[in-house]
Design a protein around this ligand. Sequence first.
Ligand code: ZN
Length: 286
Amino acid sequence: MLAQPGPDLLSLNTATVRAQWTLAQIIEGCAKHQIRGISPWRDQVAQLGLKETARLIRDAGLKVSGHCRGGMFPAPDRAGRLAAVADNRRAVDEAVELGAACLVMVVGGLPKGPDGRPVSKDIAGARQMVRDGMAELLEYARASAMPLAIEPLHPMYAGDRACVNTMEHANDLCDELGSGVGIAVDVYHVWWDPRLKAQIERAARAAEKRILAFHVCDWLVPTIDLLNDRGMMGDGVIDIRLIRSWVEAAGYRGLHEVEIFSAANWWKRNGDEVLATCQERHRQYV
Ligand code: ZN
């Protein structure tokens, strides 16, 4: 069994306290609690302003474990797919400005109409659009030296958020796309997969560094909401430390990013309490 992680390895995904704090308050909270890493969301960055966000993060001495997020490639028509790639180029620029370790990619599910409803049942076609969109974005990302981290999402999101749902599929895509792309391993999405360990080992054999991010939270039983009922580490059924041992054996030395969407629990608590709990549970369970 691995030892407890160093406290400097903890990074806060800003979604964890987004309901109670603004991005400026979150950055201040990290500094106050001596959390050394952060991963902001694009909407929060847009609200605070990119330059101002970069300045505050620099002044607080925070490392940026990732920028959340690019992706969402599938669209019903060519114009929509081109717009998605254009928006992703802006996300790459933001990630560069923030000094992020990677741009996290939630690749998108089935193509959606203007009302947000899926307009197709062709998931193989959606996966083709993801591959094409990634390939096109990669040229730009490579020129900007910004690694793209594909985040396989739990299969319950295949319809609406990401049609890449396993480490195996993400590894296949990385093999096909070549340099400049890797994987964000989020325990919430992949813990159930019988091939997880083997696919993390496969990632370790890639020509360049493939595991670019490690996201932690916990899987609650029962889970009462498909999106916003993630658990604090230690409150659910994921053996997070075991999975950390696998990603470290694969050479990963980056931060451990806590990412908790929790409408009924953690978003209702005092932000300082949430951060202190993240630190304590990181020590105990990650
Ligand atoms: Zn994640």
